[in-house]
Design a protein around this ligand. Structure first.
Ligand code: GDP
Length: 448
């Protein structure tokens, strides 16, 4: 099978990552106190990927006198038997000389490398992440093995590293550039998420035009999150819904967590996420938790306001909802809001149009020339502030990825760039290049 080695100096969080990938059960069985293993192996599952993972963390408890040599030998052995390498650094600690030594070993192995900047759950950690660019092992993925953040980026990176036959075909990967998002041959992957009883099952039934899902007030209905194939106006769509989790728990806060964890699965597989609200209930914490997930996973967002048949007599409601969403959903500004009635089918076509439009925005590529023309105007009108006497210099920018749009800024002292200025740039990009309803990523590539 495909083998992935987790490499890195002691204490960067390799074991935590291993446990997360392999699952608690095995880790608990394996973690007997006083047992020093040089290496652990386990079967990992991430989304639809299956692979063997090797962890070299056992060495950390070894006799320090012999540590360096054994660690090196073990690392080399793990590198030799791996098909791909996950190289872990500690984003909070920054890059140490020790990291550089390990990076050299990794580079010499000449295998696909995924660079994880672990412990990046805090803002400080995220900023330090960019230091890892200097290792020359590609773009670091901000990660938190402890909190499970960044798993979907790791998943994407592993998919790229994995050989074709070990996975399902990935429509997303086939040329983010070459293929427009509305290519008729490729299904648009849409997740329908929302709080219990928002009407997800009813909406999906309405779309599919048949009773493929169970709906209604019966208790105890559970089903897994699966993809459903559909066609809308001759275009292929794959729907992912999360209806199943809704009645597993009666405790409100637990339900919220479940809805989020279940949503995670659907969101991970989707390109566009439809956040289904219930028009008779205002925005709730739960809805916002889902928007955070959408932002983190980098998906396009469309908001559907269901049960519009019940509130259609209230003309101010859409305006209020729009205001609320602009205020509350601040990370994915400008998402289209579409009133629908899953019961009558009103608005479903407009919802699908909005989904295809959102996918187009999400996939958009902006030329470096246009970006820099805009950037120079921005820098002239509103240059970055000097922070404690040091001059921040922004030289140029380029779009490094689409789906979602990801830009990189190049310059000096960029790590000192205040968050408010970064936000200002992101808002400017969103406006100038018309990027509503998608997260926008901006990374700093600072040369000192
Ligand atoms: P889910 O938990 O999100 O899958 O929600 P369901 O699809 O099971 O719907 C919950 C309840 O809301 C059911 O009783 C539906 O009949 C009702 N419902 C769903 N959509 C609409 C709608 O557009 N209008 C009205 N009036 N009721 C709806």
């Amino acid at each position: 099978t495909f083998t992935v080695a987790i490499i890195g100096r002691p204490n960067v969080g390799k074991s935590t990552l291993f446990n997360r990938l392999v699952g608690k059960k095995l880790a608990l069985v394996d973690d007997q106190p006083g047992v020093t293993r040089d290496r652990r192996e386990g079967q990992a599952r991430l989304g639809d990927l299956d692979f063997t993972v090797i962890d070299t963390a056992g060495l950390e408890e070894a006799d320090p006198a012999s540590l360096a040599g054994r660690m090196r030998a073990q690392t080399e052995e793990a590198l030799a038997s791996a098909d791909a390498i996950v190289f872990v650094v500690d984003a909070r600690a920054g890059i140490t000389p020790h990291d550089r030594q390990f990076a050299d070993l990794v580079r010499r192995a000449a295998k696909p490398v995924i660079l994880l900047a672990n412990k990046a759950e805090s803002r400080a950690g995220i900023l330090q992440t960019y230091e890892a660019f200097g290792l020359g092992l590609g773009d670091p993925i901000p990660f938190s093995a402890e909190h499970g953040e960044g798993l979907s980026e790791l998943y994407d990176a592993l998919r790229e590293a994995l050989p074709e036959q070990t996975r399902l075909p990935d429509p997303e990967e086939e040329g983010a550039e070459a293929e427009p998002a509305d290519d008729a041959d490729r299904p648009l992957r849409v997740a329908i998420v929302g709080r219990p009883n928002a009407g997800k099952s009813t909406l999906i039934n309405r779309m599919l035009g048949e009773e493929r899902l169970l709906t209604g007030p019966e208790a105890g209905i559970t089903r897994d999150s699966i993809g459903l194939d559909w066609e809308w106006r001759g275009r292929k769509v794959k729907l992912f819904d999360t209806a199943g989790m809704r009645r597993r728990s009666k405790v409100e806060e637990k339900l919220e967590k479940l809805a989020v964890s279940d949503g995670l699965r659907a969101v991970k597989f989707a390109e566009v996420v439809v956040l289904l609200l219930d028009a008779t209930i205002p925005f709730e914490k739960q809805d916002l938790a889902i928007q955070n997930l959408i932002e983190k996973e980098g998906r396009a967002l469309v908001i559907a306001v269901n049960k519009w048949d019940l509130v259609a007599g209230d003309p101010g409601r859409l305006k209020r909802l729009t205001d609320d969403s602009e205020r509350l959903l601040s990370q994915v500004k400008g998402a289209r809001i579409v009133p629908v009635s899953a019961l009558t089918g009103d608005g479903v076509d407009r919802l699908m149009e909005a989904c295809f439009a959102a996918a187009e925005v999400w996939s958009r590529r902006i030329s470096t020339a246009r970006l820099n023309k805009w950037l120079s105007r921005v820098l002239e009108g509103h240059p970055p502030p000097a922070v404690s006497g040091r001059r921040i210099k922004i030289r140029y920018m380029t779009q490094v990825k689409a789906r979602p749009p990801h830009f990189a800024l190049f310059g000096n002292q960029l790590d000192s760039l205040p968050e408010s200025y970064t936000r200002y740039l992101i808002n400017g990009l969103r406006e100038q290049f018309d990027l509503p309803g998608t997260p926008i990523r901006l990374s700093m590539r600072t040369s000192d």
